[in-house]
Structure formats: structure tokens, C-alpha cells
Design a protein around this ligand. Structure first.
Ligand SMILES: Cc1ncc(COP(=O)(O)O)c(C=O)c1O
Length: 419
């Protein structure tokens, strides 16, 4: 049984032990981790670390006590609204991350269905590529979830979605882009399906919210996905992904305050005073909110455009390199920062098992998420991987030659873990 030290320990000793503990962690600072970490570079670290120290202890539970955090929230939400082409009616909150933003949107859709259409047995429709957080939300909030197949290009199959929509549907979801293959669903059509029954339409842009606006400014083709699309009611966009703030901050944004009201909880019938809760948290660290504010200010639109240009060029280079290797393919025609690499059985060569390939890459220090079906090595490319793609592609080719014809015994996939 573990026992906490009785007398306490000096800080130098504690920090040294924490540093030692990290030895087995992925070496993201070397740029060899494709996902989980989003590294905006030294000046972004510096401003985030200074802001984090300032707000290490602050609590956004009560913005009367900490008005600066109220202002920080409304400014960050306002800047994000502008990026996503919402108008002055829009309203949102900061949350702890993509999952919490999604949970909030699903809860709001359920409450909206109850308030506007008296739906007491709510249902929702999502594609099989929609993030697992929607399933978690359905589980937590007692909503029946219909999961629909995607087409061969990995985008939503609208007929399959339409088949599941009925007068109990409170929510229809599209992703911009979806995580597994990085494709953008047909958002205008999905919004129109939701509108047919008066359901809420949420766009999950946790991954794309801080990429697509800049990709569009850079002249890349970006299909319609944001508040310019009629019928889009809410969008989740994570600042702690390609917004380059440290972990713990996302935006949930609604087209208007009336829609946002479905998310909030207020209560005044206990002995502790008026309780107003914007999201799923109680006490709320000011630290991620302040770092998001600082990083967004530091990068500005030009900074984000430059990071996005480099990231998308790196992702293009990665896709081209993979496509050049006989027996490998990139799933879907993604033009953004997510790359799904799978084996291509049409080759004359001995087949490549991407899980054996992933193990070989891991031995060289490259970390990918493994997913299925189909067996895939998944990369989220970001500025974290600036300058490493050529070396990666050389190692990829070498690992393909090493493992061609082999099959890994371990077929497990692990997006996330419990302990
Ligand atoms: C499309 C999409 N939605 C939601 C999430 C969940 O975000 P978080 O890990 O911040 O909870 C992710 C995470 O990668 C994602 O890619």
C-alpha cells in the first residue's frame, strides 16, 4: 500500500523525482509524437508559462471575485466567434477541453428538445467517425444514440443519417474535420437534416476550429462548415489543440444566447447561496483560461496563419511520402492536418502490417495513435512536428523494409487509457 511521506519533502528533491518519472514518457519535444501535444514553439511556451504562473491559483468559479477571468473568458470566446464567423448575437463559454465542450453541446441539445418540442425520450444521430465523446455524452445524459455509417470517402452518409432522424431527435452532429481520417462532413446538408425536425445541429471542430479559418485565409479549399452555414447551432473548437495553448481549454459557442441558455444550470435552494454553473465544472482553474488568452494574443492572426501553413505543408509532405511507398495508403483525401496511414492490399509486394510498422517506428522514437477498423496508424500533424518530416519519411521507408511480411501479435488499439 502506498503511503504519503509523513514529514513532507524539500522541493528540489520532489522536482528531481518528477523529472526522473518523465523518463519513459514520449519525447514530444523532439517532434516525434504525432498527436496529444501541440507545440507552438519557444515564444509560445514562454508567454504561456508566464501567464500560467500568474493564474496558477486563480478560480473562475466566481468572476465577481476574479473579474479578470470573466473578461478573459468573454474576450477569448469573442475572438473565436469572429474566427468562426458568428455574429454579435453569439455566446459561448470556455471549457476544459473538447470532451467537455461536446458534453455541454449534447446537454444543451437535450434540454432544447425538452423545452421547445417536449421531447422526453431524446435521440441523437452521429456518424461512426464522430468522436467517442458523443457516446460518452449519450451515456451520461440518457440519450439514445444512432451511429450511422460513412461513405467510401469517409464523410457522412446523408441517407443513412436521414433514416435515423425522427421526431424524438434532439441532436444531429457533423465534424470539421472528423478525427479518424481527417475529412470534413457535408455540414450544410447535415444542418438541413436537423432543421427538418427542429433538432439542434452541432459541428465538432475540436480539431479544425483553429486550423480551418487560417487554411481558408491561406487560400486552401475549405468546404462550408462554420456559422456561415444556415442551421449550424453550436460549434466546439479546442484552443488546446492547434490553438497552441497548453491543455485544459476549449470553446463551446452557440449561435445565440437563447441556445446557450440550454447549457447552463442555476440553483438557489440549498444553504450555500446562488449557484450558477456555465459548464460541467465547479471550481475552475484560471490557468488554462489565462494561457489561452496569452497565446492567442501572442500569435495573432498572422502567427496562426504561419503555423497553419507550415503544418499543412508538413502534412502534405507526409501524405505524399506515404503514397510513394508500395503497399501503404492514406485513407481519404484529407487536405488538412490529420493523416490516416493503412496498408494497401492491392500491392504485389508482401503485405505491410501497420501495427508491426508502428512498433518498428516506436523503437525509433516515433509515436502514432493506433486505431481500427481498418488497422491504421494515425497522425495529428502540428507545429510540434516542424522540421522532422524528412527524417520521419526516411525512417518510415526503413521500417517498411524491416517489417514487410511480418504481423504484430498485439492487435490492440489505444486512443486513451483508464489508469
Ligand atoms: C474531432 C475531435 N473531437 C473531440 C476531441 C476530444 O478532445 P479532448 O481530448 O480535448 O477532450 C478530439 C480529440 O482529439 C477530436 O479530434
Amino acid at each position: 500500500m502506498l503511503k504519503l511521506s509523513h514529514t513532507g519533502r524539500p522541493s528540489d528533491e520532489i522536482i528531481a523525482e518528477l523529472e526522473a518519472k518523465r523518463a519513459e514518457d514520449v519525447r514530444w519535444a523532439d517532434g516525434r509524437t504525432f498527436g496529444m501535444i501541440y507545440d507552438g514553439g519557444p515564444s509560445v511556451h514562454e508567454v504561456a508559462e508566464r501567464a500560467a504562473l500568474l493564474y496558477l491559483h486563480e478560480n473562475a468559479l466566481n468572476t465577481k471575485a476574479f473579474p479578470s477571468l470573466g473578461a478573459i473568458q468573454s474576450e477569448v470566446v469573442g475572438w473565436t466567434a469572429r474566427l468562426l464567423h458568428a455574429d454579435a448575437e453569439s455566446a459561448g463559454f470556455l471549457t476544459s477541453g473538447g470532451t467537455e465542450s461536446i458534453l455541454c453541446a449534447v446537454l444543451a441539445a437535450r434540454e432544447r428538445g425538452r423545452n421547445e418540442r417536449q421531447v422526453t425520450e431524446p435521440e441523437m444521430v452521429v456518424t461512426e467517425t464522430a468522436h467517442a465523446a458523443f457516446h460518452k455524452a449519450a451515456h451520461l445524459f440518457g440519450i439514445k444514440l444512432h451511429k450511422t455509417p460513412v461513405q467510401s470517402d469517409w464523410t457522412a452518409d446523408l441517407d443513412a443519417m436521414a433514416d435515423q432522424i425522427n421526431d424524438r431527435t434532439v441532436l444531429v452532429v457533423g465534424s470539421a474535420p472528423q478525427y479518424p481520417q481527417g475529412l470534413i462532413d457535408p455540414i450544410p446538408e447535415i444542418a438541413a437534416l436537423a432543421a427538418q425536425v427542429g433538432a439542434h445541429c452541432h459541428v465538432d471542430a475540436c480539431m479544425g476550429g483553429f486550423v480551418l479559418p487560417f487554411a481558408e485565409q491561406l487560400g486552401r479549399p475549405v468546404p462550408p462548415w462554420d456559422f456561415r452555414v444556415e442551421g449550424v447551432d453550436s460549434i466546439s473548437a479546442d484552443i488546446h489543440k492547434l490553438g497552441y495553448a497548453p491543455k485544459g481549454v476549449s470553446v463551446i459557442l452557440y449561435r445565440n444566447r437563447g441556445l446557450r441558455r440550454n447549457q447552463t444550470f442555476v440553483f438557489d435552494d440549498w444553504l450555500g447561496g446562488f449557484y450558477a454553473s456555465p459548464n460541467l465544472q465547479g471550481s475552475r482553474s484560471g490557468m488554462p483560461m489565462a494561457t489561452a488568452w496569452a497565446v492567442m494574443q501572442h500569435l495573432g492572426l498572422e502567427g496562426y496563419c504561419a503555423l497553419t501553413r507550415d503544418t499543412l505543408e508538413n502534412a502534405d509532405q507526409m501524405r505524399a511520402g506515404i503514397r510513394n511507398i508500395e503497399g501503404l495508403q492514406v485513407l481519404g483525401d484529407s487536405h488538412y492536418h490529420l493523416v490516416a496511414m493503412a496498408s494497401d492490399s492491392r500491392t504485389e509486394h508482401p503485405p505491410i502490417d501497420v501495427f508491426a510498422l508502428g512498433d518498428a517506428l516506436m523503437r525509433r522514437g516515433w509515436y502514432h495513435d493506433r486505431q481500427k477498423p481498418p488497422d491504421t496508424l494515425h497522425s495529428t500533424v502540428s507545429n510540434t512536428n516542424a522540421g522532422v518530416i524528412e527524417e520521419y519519411l526516411r525512417d518510415l521507408e526503413a521500417c517498411v523494409e524491416e517489417t514487410r511480411g511480418e504481423r504484430a501479435a498485439d492487435r490492440s488499439t489505444e486512443y486513451s487509457t483508464l489508469e
